[in-house]
Design a protein around this ligand. Structure first.
Ligand SMILES: [Zn+2]
Length: 80
C-alpha cells in the first residue's frame, strides 16, 4: 500500500500515487507512455502529474524517437 499524500489541489491527505498509461501527440508522432506516475485524489477526484513527471513528458513529446520502442498493438476506440 502506498502512503497517502497531501493533494496539492484540495489540501487533503487523500491522494496517492498511481501508474497510468498516457498517450502523447497525434497521428504518426503519437507515443504511448506506460507506467506514468500520477497523483490521484479520491477527495476532489483530480489526477495530476508532479512537476518532475510533467517535465519528463514534455521531453518525451519533443524527442520521442530517443526513448521509444517500436511496438505494434491493437487500438480500440470506445464509442460510448
Ligand atoms: Zn484533492
Amino acid at each position: 500500500m502506498n502512503a497517502e499524500i497531501t493533494c496539492s489541489i484540495c489540501g487533503q491527505t487523500t491522494a496517492r500515487e498511481v501508474r497510468r498509461t498516457k498517450i502523447l501527440g497525434k497521428g504518426e508522432h503519437q507515443v504511448i507512455v506506460e507506467n506514468v506516475p500520477m497523483i490521484s485524489c479520491r477527495n476532489c477526484g483530480h489526477d495530476y502529474f508532479s512537476i518532475q513527471v510533467a517535465k519528463m513528458l514534455d521531453q518525451i513529446r519533443s524527442t520521442p524517437q530517443k526513448q521509444a520502442m517500436q511496438k505494434s498493438f491493437a487500438v480500440v476506440e470506445l464509442a460510448a
